[in-house]
Design a protein around this ligand. Structure first.
Ligand SMILES: [Fe+2]
Length: 253
């Protein structure tokens, strides 16, 4: 299954898989998470953890908001650990994995963060897996192209290992600043920047060492994206002040 996609992933360090979830699931999840956005539509870290979502939800607390936080965090966790995600990891990553953290990026049209454009970085800069054992599954709930802030990659850069990078703020940075710990792009890769055009309801698998960034959203279309992060079982990782990575079992006991 997915053998042509697997070859593509191994060569390039990323791959797009359409409709792993149903369109109804994508629409429902998007609606659930949007309830918790603040006025600026800042990213939510670990929305799959009740306490984390509770801390970031700025609405007045009531029995209704608390039950919504309960519902969304359970749903976000069930997506991260869903058997469809696990089977993608089995095929593309091949090693047994555990979940570590998650993030929801709204890139809401006309919001304070619509202009947010990530500098070129490697996701593994943050957890610092020594054996390139870090991987993310990124569920794009709506279509993404250059106008509404899609990601770009440097295909093949996942084979370079972890590169030197600046330590920039990458979570709740000041509006107008661009997040991402920018890495040095080797000379041979400088002309390889490729925009990734993503159909609505696709999962983009991204090798933790693949250099990528994103464009600002200059359109009237939001670009919501749920990113689940994983590492091979038994590998070391940095916990991180914002991400607070912790091992999350994917298989039911
Ligand atoms: Fe990233």
């Amino acid at each position: 299954m997915h053998s042509d996609k697997k070859d593509f992933y191994e060569k390039n360090g990323y791959v797009i898989l359409e409709k792993i979830f149903s369109d109804e699931e994508a629409e429902f999840f998007n609606r659930c998470v949007r309830r918790h956005a603040n006025k600026s539509f800042a990213a939510l870290i670990n929305p799959d953890r009740y306490e984390s979502l509770l801390e970031q939800d700025e609405r007045p607390k009531s029995d209704i908001t608390l039950s919504e936080i309960q519902e969304t965090s359970a749903l976000a966790r069930s997506i991260m650990t869903d058997e469809r995600m696990v089977s993608l990891l089995d095929i593309f990553h091949e090693k047994k994995t555990v979940g570590l953290s998650s993030q929801f990026i709204f890139k809401e049209a006309y919001s304070d963060y619509s202009s947010q454009a990530w500098r070129p970085h490697q996701d593994n800069f943050y957890p610092k897996s020594k054996n390139a054992a870090y991987i993310t599954l990124n569920w794009f709930l709506r279509d993404a192209d250059k106008e509404n802030g899609t990601i770009y990659c440097y295909p093949g850069s996942h084979k370079l290992g972890l590169l030197p990078a600046e330590n920039n703020i990458s979570f709740r940075e000041k509006v107008g600043d661009n997040p991402g710990s920018e890495c040095d792009i080797p000379e041979d890769f400088k002309d390889k920047k490729t925009d990734i055009i993503i159909p609505a309801n696709s999962v983009v698998i991204l090798n933790g060492n693949c250099i990528h960034g994103s464009h600002p959203n200059n359109s009237n279309r939001s670009r919501p994206w749920y990113s689940s992060c994983y590492i091979s079982e038994g590998e070391e990782f940095v916990i991180g002040k914002s991400s607070k990575r912790e091992k999350i079992n994917l298989k039911k006991p």
